[in-house]
Design a protein around this ligand. Structure first.
Ligand code: GAP
Length: 435
């Protein structure tokens, strides 16, 4: 096993062991390309989504949230170009019948599994098709959305008519997207059901360049918010011919995953492609009227697109650390406090001493007033075991209540996850220390 594969195996095993992420439908042997988040994974993922919403929506005056339906009228996907062109090249082995993504193969003639002859390359549409209602005919066809973006374009006029925002402004959405990937792989990296955090930012056509640059900076700022190592995030300018059909400029933000440098996020200049395409098919006017300049035009769109699950995977990959502490080898998650499921864990030194448990519960309740659900209470096993457990789930601080806390009012012991260093801190100073 190569070193990088070993690291991925360790991360996947930690995720299962500690309740972050499980294989989808595991008790039935799984369902390829699906993953279920467990209690700690949900906390980590919710922290990511809340931080994103705060940075890109709540703290700005020019962003509006949307939460559109996953099922959309099939015409939305005809207009967007997905029905005709959202496909990957597929080849099938004539011998074992296995199917592969042609652009992932070095030898496009020979089956990598059985050595058999591969058939001709075909285009495979990645949208999950379904029928809405009891009739199964052409008119009842719908698709699970392969991107959240179109839910925003089709609501452009609704937002203009109801909130009357002035250009420039953006629509933001977090939600599920579905792609019937030919070859789901690399844990959360390429799955068939995943979540996106997307912004469609509308500007006057003359102003697209500066807005594009603004979002380049915002993406880097965001990766720092969630604690990714700046040196692990790279920009890749996508050349003409390789970009999606709607884009005149795209930068992919790549990340150094354990399995190599791969796409984390995308930033695209979608021009007026989508608004014009929806106007064309729906016959609804999706232009904007500028009261000041008396100009009517289709705004152009800059789209920063963030995969939630790729974010979680990047965070876990960067955080996974093996070192030696106090003569013991340990593996732990060096998570930023911004995203860690718990910011702090509180322990009574001994679980069978009511005086310690009572004081620990008191400190726990006080910390919960400030940090809410991000405070854990742990009295299972000895202190060493509790430290190891909290290290593995990435809790930055552990607070222990001992006899000196209750008998001498001598504060509590605060232990730092990364260094293992312990210090005495007065109870009244705890929030400052941890915050
Ligand atoms: N609206 C533009 C769009 O969807 P994309 O590059 O196809 O662009 C955007 O996807 C982001 O969604 C990617 O950068 C990645 O973070 C995430 N993503 C795409 N396909 C994915 C998959 N199969 N599994 C997990 N995340 C995926």
């Amino acid at each position: 096993m190569k070193k990088e594969e070993a690291v991925m195996e360790k991360i996947i095993s930690l995720c299962k062991r500690r309740g972050f992420i499980f294989q989808g439908s595991e008790i039935y042997g799984g369902l390829a390309g699906t993953w279920d988040y467990g209690p700690l994974g949900v906390m980590l993922k919710n922290n990511v989504k809340a931080l994103w919403w705060k940075r890109f929506v709540d703290t700005r005056d020019d962003m509006y949230g949307v939460d559109a339906a996953i099922l959309m009228n099939q015409n939305a996907w005809k207009a967007s170009g997905h029905v005709a062109g959202f496909s990957d090249p597929l080849v099938e082995c004539e011998k074992c019948k296995k199917r592969f993504r042609a652009d992932h193969l070095e030898d496009k003639k020979k089956c990598p599994e059985c050595g058999g002859k591969l058939g001709a390359e075909k285009q495979f549409n990645m949208m999950f098709k379904t029928n809405v209602g009891a009739t199964h005919d052409e008119n009842s066809i719908s698709y699970l959305r392969p991107e959240t973006a179109q839910g925003m374009f089709v609501n452009f006029k609704n937002v203009i008519d109801s909130l009357h925002p002035k250009l420039p402004f953006g629509l933001a959405q977090i939600g599920k997207a579905f792609r019937n990937e030919i070859a789901p792989r690399d844990f959360l990296f390429r799955s068939r059901e995943f979540e996106q955090m997307e912004i469609e930012y509308f500007v006057h056509p003359d102003n697209w360049k500066e807005t594009f640059e603004h979002f380049v900076g915002q993406v880097h700022g965001w990766t720092k918010d969630i604690g990714l190592e700046s040196a692990h995030v790279h920009e890749l300018e996508i050349p003409d011919g390789d970009r999606a059909h709607y884009s005149k400029r795209t930068i992919d933000f790549e990340f150094d995953y354990p399995f190599g440098k791969k796409e984390l996020y995308g930033l695209a200049y979608r021009t007026d492609f989508d608004l014009k395409a929806h106007t064309g098919l729906s016959k609804v006017d999706l232009t904007y009227y500028d009261e000041d300049t008396k100009e009517r035009f289709a705004p152009h769109c800059i789209e920063p697109s963030f995969g939630v699950d790729r974010t979680v995977l990047a965070i876990l990959s960067d955080a996974y650390t093996e070192d030696e502490l106090g003569g013991e080898v340990r593996s732990y998650l060096k998570l930023s406090p911004n995203v860690a499921p718990y910011r702090v864990a509180v322990f009574p030194l001994l679980k069978n001493k009511p005086v310690l448990v009572e004081k620990a519960r008191e400190v726990y309740a006080e910390l919960k007033k400030v940090f809410g659900a991000k405070v854990a209470f742990d009295d299972n096993g000895n202190i060493g075991k509790r430290y190891r457990r909290q290290d593995e789930i990435g809790t930055p601080y552990c607070v222990t209540i001992d006899f000196d806390t209750v008998e001498k009012d001598a504060g509590v012991t605060v232990r730092n996850r990364d260094t293992g260093v312990q210090e005495r801190v007065a109870v009244k100073d705890l929030v400052n220390k941890i915050g």
